[in-house]
Design a binder for this molecule. Sequence first.
Ligand SMILES: [Zn+2]
Length: 175
Amino acid sequence: MQSYRVVALADRITNTVRRTLRSPGYDHPAHAELATGYGPCRQCLRTFAVGSDRRILFTYDAFWGRGKLPLPGPVFIHERDCERYPEDAGFPVDMLSHRLTLNAYGPGRRLVAQSYVSNGVVEPELQRLLRDRDVAYIHVRDSDAGCYDFCIERTSKEEEGLDESTTSNRGDPRE
Ligand SMILES: [Zn+2]
């Protein structure tokens, strides 16, 4: 069993966007509006209440801080302060009802594997991807909109090592 953390947008990014109404690193104007789609908010990872929640649209590079090749795209957050999704809370329930793309990357932003989940059964697929030692992290995107939602990272390097030795001792060829 691979343990992982769910990495939503950091508070320092969302706070800056709310304060300046500019996209961090791009300086494009951010746009505040009544929610016309489900989102989610990239900070709390909750679905927007269409027609009542207010949200901010801005440009964000999903690879910011990880490498030199950017891949900017549109993301939404709640207009008002909200609480960042806890990293140790498992896969966000609000996301399970959407069609999701899991992009599994290795070092240097190399796409190692890609998988589509449309039935809400995401955990076996995540476990399969995280067992692959070439995978360093996974970007979760909305399959319909194509937008970046959040990142999944293995919890620790130590655990990776332990899992590996357990696997090789068992000698199960299916692993
Ligand atoms: Zn939120």
